[in-house]
Design a protein around this ligand. Structure first.
Ligand code: ATP
Length: 379
């Protein structure tokens, strides 16, 4: 990206709107793409919709924008029903901006014509003035008369963003807006997009596959799975108190150990942990965060202290800020993965004492989908 094309001036602010989804369901034939979605978004708030492929993210954006109708339930913008049993407001009258994954620029229109396209209701002079102002804001003044095919990925992303934001939508919907960009450009564009959204105060819903992207961009994250919202919260909420194994896997690197609940607790090689909410005899999973494990050199019998476990370093990788180690621990079926800050002092083959921070351990019901093996990533 051309550093001289940094964003300038400030974009005009919009009247931020609240967005409310009430029990929104969308089915296709027998199949439910969305089931009973409830979500309230405050004016100016930025929410990321995070979930695996096929969980209904795009369908939800389409329902909010008015491209699709919900099968049942209601969509309200500023407490006014825009989709529901009593009313259906067409997309162009909802004050909703849409930005697609592939940017969907018109190839036969110049940059400025693409941006002005969404301002058809304005007189020509005002359209051009508003389009020029937003192009200046996204640092593309010099490209006003260029055609999309001559632009880089980052520049195309900026044109798409400018086009979506220039009508000052009350609600901005973005479907994986960064997925077409390479990693370095993605970081820059995320920061610039976030600055623009904050400036315009548009209430925003951003779809992503990437937990890290969601954490970086959002005020809150709504996690979707199989057409349902499974948890909504700030990054900190979701990290500290995931409601399920599925969510825990998204926001933390964890070791998983299967166990069976007995008398409101589980007994594992790592110790006994309370599981008061799980039925007796049910399958559970003990999750130990990789960062919640510390290693000490085994010496002077310190491995016999209560709660201490003896292990041997099987492998390690220095990854810059952290070292990732695989440790064989007595009584464990799998190697324990450990993230240790900085340069690790334990070479391969070292005998170590493993200490697990008990407060950072989580116990969940085994995943109903039977997916209790390796950590799941969304992409
Ligand atoms: P991705 O991340 O891969 O884009 P997504 O989370 O956006 O996935 P959707 O595109 O919303 O998922 O699709 C949700 C479910 O609804 C999928 O099972 C999909 O096959 C189904 N679906 C979506 N649109 C239609 C349609 N027009 N007709 C039939 N089924 C559909």
């Amino acid at each position: 990206m051309d550093p001289s094309s940094g964003m300038r001036a400030r974009a005009a602010a919009t009247f931020a709107a609240s967005l409310k989804l009430e029990n929104v369901t969308r089915t296709y034939g027998e199949a439910a793409a969305l089931t009973g979605i409830n979500l309230e978004i405050a004016p100016g708030e930025i929410i990321c919709l995070l979930g695996p492929s096929g969980c209904g993210k795009t369908t939800l954006l389409r329902v909010i924008s008015g491209i699709e109708r919900p099968t049942s339930g209601r969509v309200l913008i500023n407490d006014s029903e825009v989709a529901g049993p009593n009313r259906f407001v067409p997309p162009e009258n909802r004050s909703v901006g849409l930005m697609f994954q592939d940017f969907a620029l018109f190839p036969h229109l110049s940059v400025i014509e693409n941006v002005a396209f969404g301002l058809k209701s304005l007189p020509s002079v005002e359209r051009t003035k508003a389009a020029r102002a937003i192009l200046e804001r996204v640092g593309l003044t010099a490209f006003a008369n260029a055609y999309p095919s001559t632009l880089s990925g980052g520049q195309q992303q900026r044109v798409a963003l400018a086009r979506a934001i220039v009508p000052r939508p009350a609600v901005m919907l973005m479907d994986e807006p960064f997925s077409g960009l390479d990693v370095q450009l993605r970081d820059t564009m995320q920061e610039e997009t976030l600055a623009l959204l904050r400036e315009t105060r548009a209430t925003s819903l951003i779809v992503t596959h990437h937990p890290e992207e969601a954490m970086r961009l959002s005020d809150r994250i709504a996690v979707l799975r199989d057409g349902r919202v499974v948890q909504v919260g700030t990054t900190q909420n979701l990290y500290e108190a995931p409601a399920s194994l599925f969510v825990a896997r998204l926001f933390s690197e964890i070791n998983e150990m299967p166990a069976r609940v007995s008398g409101g607790q589980i007994s594992t090689a790592a110790g006994v942990f309370p599981a008061p909410d799980l039925p007796d005899g049910s399958s559970a999973v003990l999750c130990i965060r990789e960062r919640a494990i510390t290693l000490e050199a085994a010496k002077n019998g310190n491995g016999t202290a209560p709660g201490a476990l003896l292990g041997r370093v099987q492998d390690l990788k220095f990854l810059g800020d952290i070292t990732r180690l695989d440790v064989a621990v007595q009584g464990f079926d799998h190697l324990l993965k450990v993230r240790s800050p900085g340069i690790n002092p334990f070479p391969k083959g070292s005998e170590v004492v493993v200490k697990i921070e008990r407060e950072a351990v989580l116990v969940f019901q085994a995943d109903a989908n039977g997916d209790n093996g390796e950590n799941n990533r969304l992409s």
